[in-house]
Every structure is written in structure tokens, then in C-alpha cells.
Ligand binder design. Structure first.
Ligand SMILES: [Zn+2]
Length: 290
């Protein structure tokens, strides 16, 4: 593995961080998989389109660009939405086809999933797709072969490793920042803060909703100023949707993680856009500016 710098992120007085959105609907999250069968997806009320439209408006107001890791399943049903993402100047990337964890797939089925997603996204949008994010950060020590599959499928980078300890995912001993895997594929992990000999999750998802905003801002600032690295922040369209149908019968931990502070999320995103400069993954990590 080779560490790489992110020169685009270091240009100018304010570092540009990478903003990323995992485009999926509330009923597709992995933690709901035991409660909602895939065969039920088509019968659920879809809310992803209106939520992504709100995010596009939010980014326009905040003068920010982002990378949208989009499910092939969503692109098939909402091709106009995918084209609007691209027309607004954002990067289109792949979140796989049907939100299956890489750790649940064998080589042929993973290759089929990432190839299918890339083809659908490129056909719908008419742009090349270079980036991939594994559902639930499900690339880890048990399936590093996935990087070879991604390179073979034509992806240039992955943002699939979360170097923390977590009951559903994580690879705590993996490098914290962008690095080349042995096969040349670039891996750009979700950002953590190194504190007290541990990697703390500091860049999105449930942690961002759970922690006070000032804490999240402090952690991102530390990464920019102490590590001198661009941060990679992620969130989901359903995280700003207070009106989403509640899923019944789920366990308390899943319920808490999914719904905690959803009503505060949009306001926090406004603050985040005001307090930091945000750009696309490919602009920051694939295209050196000098
Ligand atoms: Zn996802």
C-alpha cells in the first residue's frame, strides 16, 4: 500500500473536504434487512427522489459540490434524478446495484453487482463512473479480493473502508487516509480522528446525528489542521426525512441508530456547508491541481 496526498484538498487557505451522499432509500439500509425483504422493496413508498432534490437545493445554497454514490436500483427507477445530479455539477459514483454487503457475496456475484451498477449509471447519465462505495463499508480483512474485482470492472477508486471498530463493519488497522492498494486501486477511507490511541468516527452517519454539532466541527478541524488531510464526510437522503414511514418491530438499537436526531440533520448540514469548503471526491483525490 502506498500513501498518497490529496493536493486538491490542500490548495488555498481553506482546505476543501469531500462531501459524499449514499443514494438509497430508508427501507434499503442494511440494519433493516432482517425486517424488510428485498421482494418488498417495490411495494414500499419511495422517498429517495424528493430527499435528493432537497439535498441538491441545499448544496446549491451552500455553494458546495459532492459525490453521489448511487444504487443501480435507484438509477433504474429515477433516471431523471441521476441526470439532475450530474447536471448540477456533482460526481456520479456507484453504491452497487442492490445494496448487498460485499461480505455476503462471492467473487462472481460481487463482480456482477458492481458491473451492473456501473453500466446502469453510465447509460443513464452519459458520464464515466470512477468511484465505488461498498454498502455498509463491507470491505474488510475477510474480503480484500474485492479491490481486484473493482479494478477489473474499471473503477479507479473505492471509498469503502471505515477504519474503526463497529459491530457491523470496520477495519481499525487500515490506513486512515487515501492510499493505493497493491493492485493500484485508490482507497479513500471515511475520516476518523486519532485520539487516545483510537480512531474515532468523525465524519458522518449516525455519529454526526448523535454528537453535538460543535464536536463534529472540532473533529473535522483537527483532521484539516493537525493531519493536514482532506476529510471524507458521508450522509444519506433518508437522514433528512422526518416524514419517512416508521419501520415496525425493529430492535431498540437499530431504532435508535436510524432515527436519532433526524429532525436536526438538515440544520446541521447547513452549518457544515457554512463552516467548511466541500467538493467532489474525484476533484480532490484524482486530479492534482499543480
Ligand atoms: Zn448504503
Amino acid at each position: 500500500m502506498t500513501a498518497i496526498n490529496a493536493p486538491g484538498g490542500r490548495d488555498g487557505p481553506r482546505m476543501t473536504n469531500a462531501l459524499t451522499v449514499d443514494v438509497e432509500d430508508y427501507f434499503q439500509v442494511s440494519a433493516f434487512a432482517p425486517y424488510i425483504a428485498r421482494s418488498e422493496w417495490d411495494g414500499r413508498e419511495c422517498r429517495v427522489e424528493r430527499n435528493v432534490e432537497r439535498i441538491l437545493a441545499l448544496l446549491e445554497t451552500g455553494n458546495a459540490h459532492a459525490t453521489f454514490f448511487t444504487l443501480g436500483w435507484v438509477a433504474e427507477r429515477y433516471p431523471g434524478l441521476v441526470r439532475r445530479i450530474v447536471a448540477a455539477g456533482h460526481e456520479l459514483a456507484s453504491h452497487g446495484y442492490g445494496h448487498e454487503r460485499v461480505s455476503d457475496l462471492d467473487h462472481p456475484s460481487f463482480a456482477a453487482d458492481i458491473g451492473r451498477a456501473k453500466n446502469i449509471l453510465e447509460d443513464v447519465a452519459g458520464v464515466a463512473v470512477h468511484g465505488y462505495r461498498a454498502p455498509s463499508f463491507s470491505i474488510g480483512v475477510g474480503n480484500l479480493w474485492a479491490f481486484d474485482s473493482l479494478a477489473r470492472a474499471g473503477y479507479l477508486y473505492s471509498s469503502s473502508i471505515y477504519p474503526i471498530r463497529h459491530d457491523h463493519y470496520g477495519m481499525p488497522d487500515s490506513p486512515r487516509f487515501a492510499h493505493r492498494r497493491d493492485n493500484g486501486l485508490l482507497e479513500i477511507p471515511i475520516t476518523t480522528l486519532r485520539l487516545f490511541a483510537r480512531n474515532l468516527p468523525s465524519s458522518g452517519g449516525g455519529y454526526f446525528r448523535l454528537l453535538p454539532y460543535a464536536m463534529s466541527r472540532w473533529m473535522l478541524n483537527r483532521v484539516n489542521t493537525d493531519d493536514r488531510e482532506a476529510a471524507v464526510f458521508y450522509f444519506h437522503p433518508w437522514e433528512i426525512d422526518v416524514g419517512q414511514p416508521r419501520v415496525d418491530g425493529i430492535d431498540l438499537k437499530t431504532r435508535f441508530r436510524h432515527y436519532v436526531n433526524i429532525g436536526r440533520m438538515e440544520r446541521r448540514l447547513h452549518s457544515l456547508l457554512a463552516d467548511f469548503a466541500w467538493g467532489r471526491m474525484d476533484d480532490i483525490f484524482l486530479r492534482p491541481v499543480h
